[in-house]
Design a protein around this ligand. Structure first.
Ligand SMILES: [Mn+2]
Length: 330
């Protein structure tokens, strides 16, 4: 199924409940907002409901104030169509998918190669650099002019999912989209400043305390960090995207191919979030899948039950195995 079935669904219904994944970032919030702007232009009624708050650094995006947080005890929200953006499966929405126990049609718009095709209509394109690219294509197809507000939201998604045009998912098309968005007059430097250059002092100190946990394999190709419950408990509220920042440090290390972050879950006992980044040689989506997770070839994650040392052993063994399955580099 494709964009065509997606458009048919949009045309058919009036009220849309839009959501994305937990641990929101630029692509999640950007695609939601831009999609909601598009629906409004079509005379539809969109409502964005998320499990999490708007992530730190993104509240400058127009429209974020109208975003609702999921509330189990709230009254029923009536809608005709449930839209999941940037979600590989429905459980990535947290509890929000429960709002659709009324069994309304589900529109699944995503770019994760691990997408489970859970929708009534599935528009999944792993070649898209981000979910925002798909929403941008909708604007083009429907010939809807991209307002500056929509451009800002889309640009935030493009920038964050491509690592500011540095990752392997950056294509000439990515730059074509970016050029068009910038031409609407958005303030590119302000986007950077808001998303990347506004880390609270305490958060940067926390990051500094985690960096010494860095270890690497003998050949230097696997690098990992560990965040214990104790470290996280010391600082109740963390505003910036701690995981992304740690992983970026690992990724910048010479010789590193795969970077792993092990983070103990503060809320639930014996659960560890494992995030993977790869420069492309190793498919970390496949590795994450072994542990019940998924994502992209170069960025993925899984939530694993067990102790941190035990999980570390299993995960490192699996990554080593993945290296052995790769062709040796010439
Ligand atoms: Mn994305």
């Amino acid at each position: 199924m494709s964009m065509r079935s997606c458009i048919k669904l949009i045309e058919k219904y009036k009220r849309f409940l839009i959501t994305s994944h937990t641990n929101m970032e630029g692509d999640a919030i950007g695609s939601e907002l831009a999609f909601a702007f598009l629906l409004r232009r079509l005379g539809k009624t969109p409502l964005i409901v998320n499990e999490d708050d708007i992530p730190y650094g993104y509240d400058f995006l127009p429209g974020t104030r109208a975003v609702t947080r999921y509330n189990r005890s709230a009254g029923r929200i009536s809608f005709d169509c449930f839209v999941a953006l940037d979600c590989s499966d429905l459980h990535r929405t947290g509890e929000v998918y429960r709002l659709n126990d009324v069994n309304k049609p589900v529109l699944n718009i995503d770019h994760h190669v691990s997408n489970g095709y859970f929708g009534t209509v599935n528009w999944v394109d792993p070649h898209a650099c981000c979910a925002c690219e798909l929403v941008w294509r909708l604007y083009k197809k429907l010939r809807i002019p991209i307002s500056r507000d929509a451009a800002l939201a889309l640009y935030a998604g493009v920038v964050t999912d491509t690592g500011s045009f540095r990752y392997a998912n950056t294509t000439s098309q990515t730059h074509v989209i970016a050029a068009e968005l910038v031409a609407t007059g958005i303030d590119v430097a302000a986007v950077y400043r808001n998303i990347y250059a506004s880390i609270p002092y305490e958060d940067l100190k926390l990051l500094a305390s985690i960096l010494p946990t860095m270890r690497r394999s003998d050949d230097g190709r696997i690098v990992w960090f560990e965040v214990s419950k104790e470290i996280l408990k010391k600082q109740k509220k963390i505003f910036f995207d701690l995981s992304e920042n740690i992983l970026n440090f690992g990724r910048s290390l010479k010789g590193a191919e795969v970077v792993i972050l092990f983070k103990e879950n503060v809320a639930s006992r014996g659960e560890v979030r494992v995030n993977f980044r790869s420069h492309g040689l190793v498919d970390v989506n496949a590795v994450a899948r072994e542990f019940g997770g998924g994502g992209h070839r170069t960025a993925s994650g899984a939530t694993v039950t067990g102790t941190l040392p035990g999980i570390r052993r299993l995960v490192l063994a699996s990554v080593r195995k993945a290296f052995n399955a790769c062709r040796p580099r010439s």
